[in-house]
Design a protein around this ligand. Sequence first.
Ligand code: HEM
Length: 181
Amino acid sequence: MVEPQIERTSAVTTFLKFVHLGAIALWSGGLIALPFLFWQRRALESDLDLERLHRVTRLVYVELTSPAAFVAIGSGTALIFLQATFAEWFSLKMVLVGIMSMLHVVAGLVLMQLFLPKGKFSWRSYVALMSAYVVVIAAILWIVLAKPQIDSNQIAANLFEPGGLGRWVRHFFGEIRMPTP
Ligand code: HEM
């Protein structure tokens, strides 16, 4: 009898994907909520209200969004070793994840200044930061779910060929000698 070949995903992969997706939901949700919280600063004058908003905003950034980012990146890195990800779409995803991480740092920098006596967060900053988060998160989700076929040879020939980077360096910088200690 011929047994049908069924490709099974290992339990570890399934577990890591659950962790990855859960962490991404928290990370993305936190990032989208933060500009709105920053914007609330404009309407508050009393010390008590300011203190309360400061605490909530710090809680969302420090105790929710940042740990979720660590877990998302950690579980994603573990998934690299379990899934075949040596494809162009994955490299593009990593570029966008890099941009998302930079924008995460931007929220931290805003938070550090916002609750100083002259701190403010304008309507324009709100729209700019919120749109940047929504666009980059939507782009990552689209790439990872659609997994588009991109032919890297049309952009940079032999980019994914083993030893390609070495040849590229020699082509542009000539022979490089490493001093032996
Ligand atoms: C350093 C950060 C990250 C790494 C290393 C990473 C890595 C991975 C890997 C290896 C997979 C499995 C791919 C496959 O099924 O072929 C995966 C799945 C996934 N990732 Fe990430 N990821 C990261 C961040 C993110 C972010 C920021 C998002 C969304 C905003 C995201 C969304 C997803 C989704 C939706 C899946 C499931 C795709 C599927 O099962 O078809 N990841 N990730």
